[in-house]
Design a protein around this ligand. Structure first.
Ligand SMILES: [Zn+2]
Length: 273
């Protein structure tokens, strides 16, 4: 019995090709036979709902934002650009919570530039310089992330460096499901910041244009630009004087939660969404 390998050459090869050509259409699966995609990534990114937002997990909440930007029925009230701006400010706010632990003054300056860039206030030169630094931070964070046997404080520094990179490239957070930086900031603090910046993105709250008086607008602008967030209760008084009685807005201004740039009430009043 012949057991050697048959080299498909010449006439034999042409016969084989002819036979394969005839068989291929029958062997290929039809469109109906292709199973629907059920990978974890797809389910996590596109099938999340308000209940997932309320589950209070920072990673799941960011996945909800990815849902918002990818679902055309949900994205009408919050564009991808708006989500990315707010996400940028969220990561900057995380960095501010660990301001003293950031690796260098350069890192702190970079966070400040990214904050200004989020609002279109950074000039071209300083943003170009920040981008060069971010590239170095990205390499450093990746290099440290690969090493397992490093002291915990160095690992935390690498994570904070990664946070700056996430702030510079917020679209990456919306695309990847796992491996985001930020574990060095407590989950409760990150949740509080996400609520401060996004509130409930599945149920956006509107404000009557007539309630945004000159006084309200000037006060909101000062609070935002000067970071004078302790004036938020006064802003609530000004809003009530203007006739605004929306409890979510007033409660947010008077509540105990810390405010930051990207605060959903300030964004609403300043038209930054
Ligand atoms: Zn706020």
């Amino acid at each position: 019995m012949f057991t050697g390998r048959v080299r498909r050459s010449g006439k034999l090869r042409s016969v084989w090709h002819k036979r394969e050509r005839k068989r291929r259409p029958q062997d290929l699966p039809t469109i109906d036979a292709v199973p629907p995609t059920t990978s974890l990534v797809t389910r996590s990114r596109y099938n999340l709902s308000e209940a997932d937002w309320l589950c209070r997990s920072p990673d799941t909440m960011i996945q909800c934002l990815a849902t918002l930007t990818s679902d055309r029925l949900l994205s009408f009230h919050m564009t991808t650009q708006a989500v990315e701006r707010k996400l940028r400010l969220f990561y900057c706010a995380c960095c501010r919570l660990r301001w003293a632990a950031l690796p260098s003054d350069e890192a702190r300056q970079t966070v400040e530039v990214i904050e200004r860039h989020a609002d279109g206030a950074a000039n071209r030169d300083e943003w170009a310089a920040a981008r060069r630094r971010i590239l170095l931070f990205e390499r450093a964070a990746r290099r440290l992330g690969r090493v397992w046997l490093i002291p915990p404080e160095m690992r935390a520094t690498a994570d904070l460096t990664g946070l700056i990179v996430e702030a510079a490239k917020p679209h990456r957070s919306l695309q990847c499901v796992y491996g985001r930086a930020g574990w060095s900031v407590d989950a409760t603090e990150r949740i509080a910041l996400l609520l401060e910046i996004f509130a409930n993105p599945f149920h956006p709250i509107a404000v009557e244009p007539t309630h945004i008086t000159g006084t309200v607008q000037a006060l909101a602008r000062t609070i935002y630009s000067e970071r004078m967030f302790d004036l938020m209760p006064i802003l609530a008084d000004a809003l009530m004087d203007a006739g605004c009685g929306t409890p979510q807005i007033i409660d947010h201004c008077r509540g105990p939660a810390a405010h930051t740039r990207g605060c959903w009430v300030l964004d609403l009043l300043l038209g930054k969404s």
